[in-house]
Ligand binder design. Structure first.
Ligand code: SF4
Length: 192
């Protein structure tokens, strides 16, 4: 069945994502989301893997794959570029969707186009500007109602990154629990 092929591919993608979180390293995506999620991913790997079956995440992965291919073919962009930097004892790692010299490109999919660009995406772009020494990062949104892009030129101070590392507020955003696979077992779930 085609669905089996797609889900197997998604599971391999999740594994790849997991390997990026080397021992002790902090991934950029963990700095912009609820810190409990990372803990739960390790404690409940089956629940984490269940996300491979969610249509919205499959759709998001397919859009990423397609747009990265287009950027590579048409603009000769580097895709899925890994970066690493340290601040004292902390090693921060990240993978940006595409890079064209000093310009980063981060692809985002969303169910709706209200309030884009989202705060956590702008924060991610600022961290990538620092991590990859970029002049700017372009956030490209693909939604059912709008395909558009936003340029983020601001960098982030290392102090701010350290604050994000030590901040254990869970969730970080009110809306996070609504889309969280771990809400089934989480004591911090918010219903707002
Ligand atoms: S349900 Fe909410 S608080 Fe719990 S892990 Fe998910 S996002 Fe974090």
């Amino acid at each position: 069945m085609i669905i089996e092929v797609v889900v197997d591919w998604r599971l391999r993608e999740l594994e790849k994502h997991k390997r990026l979180k080397e021992e002790g390293a902090i991934e950029v995506t963990d700095l912009i989301r609820c810190p409990l999620k990372r803990e739960f991913e390790e404690k409940f790997p089956d629940l984490y893997k269940a996300s491979a079956y969610t249509p919205a995440t499959i759709l998001g992965s397919l859009v990423h794959l397609g747009l990265e291919q287009i950027l590579s073919n048409e603009l000769n962009a580097e895709v899925e570029v890994k970066g690493e930097k340290s601040i004292g004892e902390y090693k921060i790692v990240g993978r940006i969707d595409a890079k064209l010299g000093k310009v980063g490109i981060e692809i985002k999919t969303s169910r709706a186009d209200f309030e884009i660009p989202y705060d956590h995406h702008v924060l991610q772009a600022r961290i990538y500007n620092w991590l990859f020494d970029l002049e700017k990062t372009v956030l490209v949104y693909v939604t059912p109602d709008r395909i558009t892009e936003y340029v983020v030129e601001e960098d982030i101070e290392e102090d701010e990154i350290v604050k994000l590392i030590v901040d254990k507020t869970a969730p970080r955003y009110d809306w996070e629990c609504r889309y969280c696979f771990f809400s089934l077992i989480c004591p911090n779930k918010r219903k707002k």
